[in-house]
Structures are given as structure tokens and as C-alpha cells.
Design a protein around this ligand. Structure first.
Ligand code: SDX
Length: 421
């Protein structure tokens, strides 16, 4: 059976046969038939925008692998910094490589005092931390003269280190500002997740609970990458213009901010709070089926089965709740899941819990305010964004992203004076 596709243009009788490889065929075949023929694919439902070796998803089987390693094994055996190294370099690090990597990231966690003292003070007292996070990422690039040297691998390595290392510092700074607390400087004696929790919560004496430290690390692992999602596509598109990685990451974070994407974890907790009790679940499910409400944290463009990350997060919640006490919204979430998974409206549309359905319950139990949830998504996703940015810059098939369109507007017409309109 040839792995090819043959397309015939019935207007001219011309045909073209092209290979199918990896489940895709080159759309350039269309221009062999007609130089002005393009695929119309709103929201890119059927478009592969790039070739990538980073993350593999099988939406039907609920499979997620970073560089071939199943997410279940990485969540159980790895750490976020080791996973970030894997995403960026393609292989798990040796002991020496990991020690050097952790040392390098640990020694880039500080941010310039002008950001800590002046930049952040420009925000309103109740500014949304995610809006601050997006702005701070773009501003960060203005502190580094080499930020625009995107053709220099060594300069790119430094920007990558800085962004991964400083994301938690910026996130904690946004939180501390929003609650009027003094900032905590990074503590280089702590692990990546422990340092973040320490910067978030330390007031006087503070000891990071190892169970919460490990839960944070697992959540960071689970959120690190997810192939060509909306935010990562934004990173690639902006990076394709040779913008610096700080500006590209700010754009990716802006896409993540949306409630249909990374903002869903915040929307889930607001939804569960609004439902209020288990006996209100049937009425809410009906309001979803009539289109009045959306079941946030459910559904996915790729997963048409259970998001494997949701399974792991649900197990992690049990660990966290042993320390924090159970989040009372969990029972409502479990009831919602049970009703939805047995209702044909959701089953027929392949709507299952995604990564955002349970993560917010953990964050809330750990004390994070709801408006910090998407920032918690952005911290680890930084390594995924940067891995795709690096891969895209090194892909000779890539150039500046500039899709075409189906023009459906008016034909040529003459200007009309305002007195004649
Ligand atoms: C993330 O892409 C990624 O990988 C993203 C992510 C990552 O790691 O980067 O995985 C992170 O963004 C997870 C998704 C978080 N978003 C939410 O939980 C918001 C709620 N979910 C949706 O809005 C929706 O499911 C999307 C946006 C996630 C996916 O939307 P699609 O693929 O465009 O599907 P669709 O909107 O066309 O829905 C198909 C049908 C529609 O019904 P019909 O028009 O056929 O009657 O399913 C319905 C939708 O109305 N539907 C839902 C629903 N999601 C889809 N109905 C109720 N509740 C929902 N959550």
C-alpha cells in the first residue's frame, strides 16, 4: 500500500501525488495544482504547523510522552528541572550534566532590583498576577543586551537559563505585590519547587513541607509541555520573526492567560464555587447541555479520552490533602465528573477531565489565590515554550510564520465623499 495521497483538481483535471509521512502530507502539493490554491483551516484543526521531536500525544489513547518518556514515569521518578533539561536537550542528563544544569538555573534566580523595586510598583494594587507575569516577562528582556542575539547558541542558552530560573521569582513577586507583602529573595540552598514555595509564603520562620515540595515538582512536570497548544504555537509564531525569547514568552503567556487555555484552572474553581454544593450538580449539568454554561476543565482539542495528566493530578491531590486537609470543592468536582462521564452529551462529544479540572483544587488547598493559578501553569510551561522556540530556530524548514486567508470581503469600489454616504 503506497504511503501517498493523490489530489485531483476537477477544474483542470490536473492531479498531484505526494507522500504521506508521519500522518501528514506537504500542503505545497496544492500549489502544484494551482499556485493560488490554499487549505482553509480555521483554528488549525487539521494543520501540522511544524515537525517536532519534543512531545508526543495520542488523544485517543490518552498518551503523553516527553522525548519518548511516558509522563507517568517522569511524574513518578523525575524532577521538574531534569524534565526541563530533557525537553531542551532531547536526552535525560547524566549526573554531572544534571548537577551543572541545576547549579546554572539556581544561580540565575535573582531579578534586577529595578524590576523588583520599580517595575512592579507601576501596577495597580489589585492587578491580576497573570497580567503582571506577562508584562514582567517582556520587561525582563530589556535588562539583557544579548537578549536579541537569537542566532548565537550561547546567548540563547543564557536567555533560556534566565527565563526558566526567574519565572518562579517573578511569579512570587507578583503574588507578594498583590497581597502587599515584602518580597522574599530566592534561596539558592533550596530546590526549584521549594525555592518557589519559600518565596511565596515565607514570613519569618518558614519550613517547606516535603510533601508539598514534591507535589509542586510533579505539577511542574505535568505542565511543562504539550506539543502545539495555543501558547506554544504563539511562542513559535512570535519567535519566527526573530523576536527575542522574552517577548516571545510574554506572547505565549498571553495566550495561556485565556480561560479556554491555561486560564481554565482558575475558571474551574470559580465554577465549582458557584455550583456550591453537590445537590446543585444536576442543574449545572443541564445548564451546560443547554449551552448556558461550559464545563470548565473538561474537553480537549487532542484528548478524546481522559487526559493522562488529570489522572496523576488526582492522585497528587490525595497527597496534598494529607497535609492541607481536603478541599471541600473536591466532592463537587467528583460528583460533576461522575455525572458528566455517564451523560451522553459529554460522552458523545468525547469530553473528559483535562489537566485543569483538578489542578486548581490542589493549588487552592495549598493556599494559592485563584488568580495565581494560571501563573502556576506558566512557570513550568516556560521550559516547553523555550524547547519549541529552540527547535523552531534550528529547523531549516521554518521561516517567518505568515498564513494566507480566504478573502471574502467586497470587490474593488471607489471612495465615497462623506456628504454622499
Ligand atoms: C489546556 O491544547 C492543549 O494542549 C492545551 C493544554 C496544554 O497543556 O497546553 O492541554 C491546556 O488548555 C486544557 C484545556 C483547558 N480548557 C478548558 O477546560 C475550557 C473548557 N474546554 C473547552 O472550552 C474546549 O473543550 C476546548 C477549548 C478545550 C477544546 O475545544 P475544541 O477542541 O475547539 O472543541 P469545541 O469547542 O469545538 O467543542 C466540541 C463540542 C462543542 O459542542 P457542539 O458545538 O458540537 O454541540 O463540545 C462542546 C462544544 O460546545 N464542548 C463543551 C466543552 N468543551 C467542548 N461543552 C461543554 N463544556 C465543555 N468544556
Amino acid at each position: 500500500m503506497p504511503e501517498t495521497i493523490t489530489i485531483t483538481d476537477d477544474r483542470t483535471g490536473k492531479t498531484v501525488t505526494v507522500p504521506i509521512e508521519g500522518g501528514v502530507f506537504p500542503s505545497s502539493a496544492l500549489r502544484e495544482l494551482d499556485p493560488n490554491l490554499y487549505c482553509y483551516d480555521p483554528a488549525y484543526l487539521s494543520t501540522a504547523s511544524c515537525k517536532s521531536e519534543i512531545t508526543y500525544l495520542d488523544g485517543g489513547a490518552g498518551i503523553l510522552r516527553y522525548r519518548g518518556y511516558p509522563i507517568e514515569q517522569l511524574a513518578e521518578k523525575s524532577t521538574y528541572l531534569e524534565v526541563a533539561y530533557l525537553l531542551l536537550h532531547g536526552e535525560l542528563p547524566t549526573t554531572a550534566e544534571l548537577e551543572q544544569w541545576v547549579f546554572d538555573v539556581t544561580h540565575h534566580t535573582f531579578i534586577h532590583e529595578n524590576m523588583r523595586k520599580r517595575f512592579v510598583d507601576g501596577f495597580h494594587y489589585d492587578a491580576h498576577p497573570m497580567g503582571m507575569f506577562v508584562s514582567a516577562l517582556a520587561a525582563l528582556g530589556t535588562f539583557y543586551d544579548d537578549s536579541k542575539e537569537i542566532d548565537d547558541p550561547e546567548a540563547r542558552r543564557f536567555q533560556t537559563l534566565r527565563l526558566i530560573a526567574k519565572a518562579p521569582t517573578i511569579a512570587a513577586m507578583c503574588y507578594r505585590f498583590s497581597v502587599g507583602l515584602p518580597f522574599n529573595q530566592p534561596d539558592n540552598d533550596l530546590s526549584y519547587p521549594a525555592n518557589f514555595l519559600n518565596m511565596m509564603w515565607k514570613i519569618g520562620e518558614y519550613e517547606v513541607d516535603p510533601i508539598l515540595e514534591r507535589a509542586m515538582d510533579v505539577l511542574f512536570i505535568l505542565h511543562a509541555d504539550h506539543e502545539q497548544n495555543c501558547g506554544t504555537t504563539a511562542m513559535r509564531v512570535i519567535g519566527s520573526s526573530q523576536a527575542d525569547p522574552y517577548s516571545s514568552a510574554a506572547g505565549a503567556a498571553s495566550a495561556l492567560y485565556g480561560p479556554l487555555h491555561g486560564g481554565a484552572n482558575e475558571a474551574v474553581v470559580r465554577m465549582l464555587t458557584e455550583i456550591g454544593s453537590i445537590d446543585q450538580v444536576p442543574a449545572f449539568i443541564e445548564s451546560v447541555k443547554t449551552g448556558e454554561d461550559r464545563l470548565m476543565g473538561f474537553g480537549h482539542r487532542v484528548y478524546k479520552s481522559y487526559d493522562p495528566r488529570a489522572t496523576i493530578i488526582k492522585a497528587t491531590a490525595d497527597d496534598v490533602f494529607t497535609v492541607t486537609g481536603k478541599n471541600p470543592l473536591l466532592d463537587i468536582a467528583l460528583a460533576l465528573e461522575e455525572v458528566a462521564l455517564s451523560d451522553s452529551y459529554f460522552v458523545d462529544r468525547n469530553l473528559y477531565p483535562n489537566v485543569d479540572f483538578y489542578s486548581g483544587l490542589i493549588y487552592q488547598a495549598m493556599g494559592f489565590p485563584v488568580d495565581m493559578f494560571t501563573v502556576l501553569f506558566g512557570i513550568p510551561r516556560m521550559s516547553g515554550w523555550l524547547a519549541h522556540w529552540e527547535e523552531s530556530l534550528n529547523d531549516s524548514a521554518q521561516k517567518i510564520s505568515r498564513p494566507r486567508q480566504w478573502y471574502d470581503g467586497p470587490d474593488e469600489r471607489d471612495y465615497v465623499a462623506i456628504t454622499d454616504r
